[in-house]
Write a protein that binds this ligand. Structure first.
Ligand SMILES: *Cc1c(COP(=O)(O)O)cnc(C)c1O
Length: 217
């Protein structure tokens, strides 16, 4: 991170490190916390709930970075500090309603889909202005920036145009949404490129916790 910031001529305090702990046990989070890490990302509402108890009383900032289904929005508001994967006004309306009832303020990032892969979640860039204007009616939510996951490629340089595109989209919308400052982009294999392209938060799983093993169905 330091090297990439240096290359890009950016102060390293401009980039936060999020530890992505999906599939890893609560012990792995505790170990990371002992090393000074407080910002984490999880993909699933239920998975985070199973770990939460083990971390009770700890200072942890947990963001949701995976797709959010409408039947999980209440739990999501209750258990996450922020939602970094918002991609529809319909889900936003549900989040607002729970956030209002809990009197909780919830920062959100909008996940933008910049490739044509069918498996990727996220909002089409064309729909961004209308989502941002819709969010202005929701006082308990604040759109703080954009998030994206580019298509996987062996060569991290292939991700550069996607990162540049996300930054341009943010810049285009800053005039009407001045709080839209964050860019969550970059993962274990391409975070250096993302930092060079303006990332303010990199999401690192494998490079911190090792390979993930998914249970076989
Ligand atoms: C799993 C995941 C990451 C972390 O990926 P690594 O390649 O393990 O660093 C980052 N962002 C999202 C949205 C993820 O689902």
């Amino acid at each position: 991170m330091e090297e990439a910031c240096h290359r890009a001529g950016r102060p390293s305090q401009q980039v936060r490190l999020m530890a992505v702990s999906k599939t890893h046990p609560a012990d792995a989070l505790l170990e990371a916390m002992e090393a000074g890490q407080h910002l984490f990302g999880e993909n699933r509402v239920q998975e985070w709930q199973t770990k939460q108890e083990a971390l009770a009383g700890k200072q942890v900032e947990m963001h949701l970075i995976g797709p959010l289904q409408s039947n999980k929005t209440t739990r999501a508001v209750e258990t996450f500090s922020a939602i970094d994967s918002l991609d529809s006004l319909r889900i936003a309306a549900r989040l607002e309603s729970t956030a209002a009832s809990l009197d909780k303020f919830l920062p959100v990032l909008i996940e933008v889909k910049l490739s044509h892969e069918t498996s990727k979640h996220g909002l089409s860039p064309d729909a961004l202005p209308s989502l941002l204007s819709g969010l202005k009616d929701f006082p308990h939510l604040q759109a703080c920036g954009l998030m994206t996951v580019p298509p996987y490629s062996e060569d991290p340089a292939d991700a550069r145009p996607y990162f540049a595109r996300l930054r341009a989209l943010r810049d285009q919308n800053l005039a009407t949404s001045p709080k839209l400052t964050e860019l969550s982009m970059g993962m274990s294999h391409d975070f250096a490129v993302a930092i060079e392209e303006g990332s303010t938060c990199i999401r690192i799983g494998t490079a911190i916790f090792g390979n993930r093993s998914y249970p076989q169905p």
